[in-house]
Design a protein around this ligand. Structure first.
Ligand SMILES: [Zn+2]
Length: 483
């Protein structure tokens, strides 16, 4: 009898394996269309525009009193640099420094389209830089400076795409909006949040919203020969929590068994051992479904059968690198710890702040409950500062705007595979779900791994040859959606 059961199990496993092989074989890659030759773009003009934009140090305000006098200068620079746009545009300044720029289309029945960018950049001091971080230096095929990647390059190329169409006498049918916040690097609560409040007040809804965020990756990491263009269709939530322990303090010469510092240390330890569970969010499933057919045979077998091999796949992906871990789960990062002010005083109160990035499908409240359960009642857990739940997920394949976005990318970037994915960081785009069902994040710049490391860091730079491509992408997308 026992032997029959064993045979039955072996046959079942064999059949399952055959099923998995067949599934792998029939998951065929789609033919990627070739890029379309693009009308010439004046490279030196766009390079100079980016260089000039970098020279205006629009640094994010982090606290009251931070200098924001550069923002009006930046507004004047845009006006002067894009005369075709600004001679037609209605410009509204929101909360002193954010901009809403509207270029009316001929067909008022069409919902407007919207391009986002943030004007602000993270701070930079000259130490460690090869060039002045606000010098806009052009050298060795790059434009150097703070904001050259994040994200003045996208801001100026998105505008330039329309500027050259207007220069050619092409007036849009669909109204075009450019919404430029001024504090994206500090959550966008002063800029983008107020822009969206203004748009809602005006009753405006967008056919689409395009922001930074998606990325172009080398497919090699995933056993794919082609480059990958990832479009962010949603983004994770964000919340900081403060953990507090209060116990008897006293002199450090006669410590009790457990102080508030010890309790906080235990809480951190417990939370590290009990992270939130890994889950396959819908956009993540769609990402793997889209790219699996292009993978090498082993990876393809694993990813096509991701559902059957789920525990193994989750284990591998969460262990293999921090990036793949963070697309699978809500992450915890302890960032600040506070105890006593003196080395020989045991504090009454100790605190730790944990920064959480909340996975699609979960909420700030669920994360708080998880933390509280793990650290126990002895520790108080409270929300700290500004937070938000994950965004909804924008439509993908089969939706007109998404398909047009894919087509525009394919026409400009030759042989690249385009796929939707859940974006793990935060952008201004999160606010715009209130005014559009089609919010996408895509950064049309091919950035090497070395250059990616310069983002928010030393020697940030943008490769000159990537600028005309980005312009071509915006021009193509504008022509397909707004003309
Ligand atoms: Zn940015």
């Amino acid at each position: 009898m026992g032997l029959y059961i064993l045979y039955a199990i072996l046959i079942a496993i064999g059949l399952l394996f055959v099923f998995m092989i067949i599934r792998t074989l029939i998951a065929r890659p789609k033919k990627i269309p070739s890029a379309v030759p693009q009308p010439e773009i004046n490279e030196s003009e766009i390079v100079n525009i980016l260089s000039e934009a970098i020279k205006i140090p629009t640094v994010t305000k982090y606290k009251d009193g931070d200098d924001q006098s550069s923002f009006p200068v930046f507004h004047e620079f845009l006006k002067k640099t894009f005369p075709e746009i600004f001679s037609r545009a209605k410009v509204t300044v929101i909360n002193k420094y954010s901009l809403v720029i509207v270029i009316e289309g001929k067909d008022k029945t069409l919902m407007p389209g919207c391009f986002l960018a943030h004007q602000d950049v993270v701070p930079a001091t000259p130490e460690g830089w090869e060039t002045d971080p606000f010098g806009g230096t052009i050298k060795d095929g790059y434009v150097y400076g703070r904001g050259s990647q994040d994200m003045k390059s996208q801001l100026v190329t998105a505008l330039y795409g329309l500027e050259i169409l207007l220069r050619d006498g092409k007036e849009p049918l669909r109204t075009v909006y450019y919404c430029f916040g001024h504090d994206e690097e500090a959550t966008g609560k002063d800029g983008a949040r107020n822009i969206v409040a203004y748009l809602k007040e005006q009753g405006i809804r967008f056919a689409f919203v395009i922001d930074e965020g998606g990325t172009i990756l080398d497919g090699k990491l995933l056993g794919i020969k082609n480059k990958l263009c990832l479009i962010g269709t949603c983004e994770k939530g964000y919340s900081d929590f403060i953990l507090t322990s209060v116990k008897d303090g006293g002199h450090a010469s006669s410590p009790k068994k457990k102080s508030s510092v010890d309790a906080i240390a235990d809480a951190i330890h417990d939370l590290r051992r009990s992270p939130m569970k890994t889950t396959w969010s819908e956009p993540l499933k769609l990402l793997f479904k889209t790219i699996a057919p292009y993978m090498n045979p082993l990876y393809k077998f694993l990813f096509v059968n991701r559902d059957i091999l789920s525990p193994l796949m989750k284990f591998i992906l969460s262990a293999v690198n921090p990036m793949t871990n963070s697309i699978l789960r809500t992450t915890f990062a302890f960032t600040q710890i506070q105890g006593s002010d003196a080395p020989n005083v045991i504090p009454v109160k100790s605190t730790a702040i944990v920064n959480t990035r909340i996975n699609i499908g979960e909420t700030q409240q669920q994360v708080k409950e998880h933390i509280q359960k793990v650290v126990g009642k002895e520790i108080s857990v409270e929300t700290y500062g500004f937070g938000f739940d994950p965004t909804p997920v924008s439509k993908t394949v089969g939706s007109e705007i998404y398909d047009t976005l894919v087509k525009s990318i394919e026409e400009v970037f030759d042989g690249f595979i385009v796929a939707p994915y859940p974006f793990i960081a935060a952008t201004d785009a999160k606010y715009y779900y209130a005014v559009s069902d089609n919010v996408y994040r895509f950064t049309p710049f091919e950035i090497t791994v070395d250059d990616q490391k310069r983002l928010h860091a030393l020697n940030e730079r943008c490769e000159i040859k990537s600028l005309p491509k980005a312009v071509a992408f915006f021009r193509t997308f504008l022509e397909k959606t707004c003309y």
